[in-house]
Design a protein around this ligand. Structure first.
Ligand code: NAD
Length: 461
């Protein structure tokens, strides 16, 4: 006998668990299937959260070692207690994953622990700790993504590993080589560089952080090099082998490079293996993703997909918004995600954040725009913090002044971008931001000044 629910969500990452909670709020009888004992998905367990804990901790270490002097604070010798740092990361993760379990209880969501696969339309089986057959009118696939493999490289989860391995090195590597100058490579590279490793990044393209604003990508490269990162651009890695406890990395046009740890960070692939999509006549596209319509419904009526498993950016907050829009559409008939106002953040130092269009995208689309830019160097709060690297750039439509995009590199960029995302959601003009009072002295004044700059009237620069 199978158990029946109104809605079943497969996967308890940020997309899946948020969809489940929203559906329960809207009165549905909801179940969520997750194979890992801990809820929260890649983001909470081995992604966004543990990496941010290590970025925060390693930043404190670096500040204590070199940064506090500029504020007139002398500290004695500073030592790294890596086990304590890793413990802080683990306890952060554990508190948050338990928090999701608490939210499931509060919202009366039934949780099944095991691997889900389709047995037919509207029907699933769960295998694992729980073994059960389930049926539901609505099923959301929110199975996320997994680390992309590179041909010629076999990861051993130790010397040659992925982002999960790099969250738990028991010692600071002497030489860490990273394949890929994307978000993961630069965030985790920053952690180990700050803790004392030599870090070399091998990147296939001629620039770092593909997809970001070109000016940010160029400035970030200069800043990261100054911090001690070594970059080899235009370098296609072709293989790596462990020889006498060292990893030897081969790439086109480069002598073999030796290191003690290799981190493969060349992207992520949609997680669709084992779902038995063929049982409901669904196919994945060439990239292994599930195609959906504007309401996240797949070619099989009643089956939906959200987050990393569908085409688009692989971001936790995008998955969350899709989860909410998907269930709201199921229940109320209305649900929408504005893909133009989804911020993206790289949690390096300085932080990097963007929302909306890049200049390249606007140029390619033939859109005429004005640019307003303001440097943190000219901001009182940034000066007081002793953290003046970077700038805010706002792009606005030449005719209407509507904000089309914004790009920030600098202190707290990840927090500052929220204001512009909200402004874009409300269809604001640059003038709207410029005429909103921003408290003094704050970093947010740089956003106001950049908005003033769109009309050529920055005050402080
Ligand atoms: P990415 O796609 O951002 O970067 C991968 C890089 O690897 C690219 O620059 C690519 O050119 C390079 N590359 C590929 N093959 C190569 C080869 N053979 N030799 C050398 N270089 C090669 O991927 P990622 O950094 O692994 O991140 C994966 C996903 O996770 C992304 O979608 C990212 O947005 C997401 N993520 C986001 C955050 C965040 O929002 N802060 C943090 C971590 C991950």
């Amino acid at each position: 006998m199978s158990k029946q629910h109104d809605l079943i969500v497969i996967g308890a990452g940020p997309g899946g668990y948020v969809a489940a909670i929203r559906a329960a709020q809207l009165g549905l009888d909801v179940a969520c299937i997750e194979r890992e004992p801990a809820l929260g998905g890649t983001c909470l367990r081995v992604g966004c959260i543990p990496s941010k804990a290590l970025l925060e901790s390693s930043h404190h270490f670096e500040e204590a070692k070199d940064g506090l002097k500029r504020h007139g604070v002398k500290v004695g010798s500073v030592e790294l207690d890596l086990p304590a740092m890793l413990k802080h990361k683990d306890s952060t993760v554990s508190a948050l994953t338990k928090g999701v379990a608490g939210l499931f209880t509060k919202n009366k969501i039934t949780r099944y622990e095991g691997t889900a696969s389709f047995t037919g339309p509207g029907a699933l089986k769960v295998e694992g700790k729980d073994n059960v057959e389930l049926t539901a009118k609505h099923i959301i696939i929110a199975t996320g993504s997994k680390v992309a493999q590179l041909r010629g490289i076999e990861m051993d989860g130790d010397s040659i590993g992925d982002s999960t391995t790099a969250l738990s090195y028991a010692q600071v590597p002497e030489h860490l080589v990273i394949i890929g100058a994307g978000v993961i490579g630069l965030e985790l590279g920053s952690v180990w560089l700050r803790l004392g490793a030599k870090v070399t990044v091998l990147e296939y393209l001629d620039h770092i952080l593909p997809g970001l604003d070109d000016e940010i990508s160029k400035d970030a490269l200069k800043i990261f090099k100054k911090q001690g990162f070594e970059f080899r651009l235009n370098t296609k890695v072709t293989g790596a082998k462990v020889k006498k406890k060292k990893v030897v990395v081969s790439a086109d046009g480069m002598d073999d490079m030796e290191c003690d740890r290799l981190l493969v960070a060349v992207g992520r692939w949609a997680n669709t293996d084992g779902l038995a999509l063929d049982k409901i006549g669904l196919q994945t596209n060439k990239r292994g993703q599930i195609e959906v319509n504007e309401h996240f419904e797949t070619a099989m009526p009643g089956v939906y997909a959200i987050g990393d498993v569908i085409p688009g950016l692989m971001l936790a907050h995008k998955a969350e918004d899709e989860g909410v829009a998907c269930v709201e559409h199921i229940v109320t008939g209305v649900g929408h995600v504005n893909y133009n106002a989804i911020p993206g953040i790289v949690y390096t130092n300085p932080e990097i954040a963007g929302v909306g269009k890049t200049e390249k995208e606007l140029k390619d689309a033939g859109v005429e725009y004005n640019v307003g830019k303001f440097n943190f160097m000219a901001n009182g709060r940034a000066r007081a913090m002793g953290d003046t690297t970077g700038w805010v750039k706002i792009l606005a439509d030449k005719q209407t002044d509507r904000v089309l995009g914004a790009h920030i590199i600098g202190p707290r960029a990840g927090e500052l971008i929220a204001e512009i995302a909200v402004a874009m959601e409300f269809g604001a003009s640059a003038e709207d931001i410029a005429r909103s009072c921003h408290a003094h002295p704050t970093l947010a004044e740089c956003v106001k000044e950049a908005a003033l700059g769109v009309a050529g009237r920055t005050i402080h620069m």
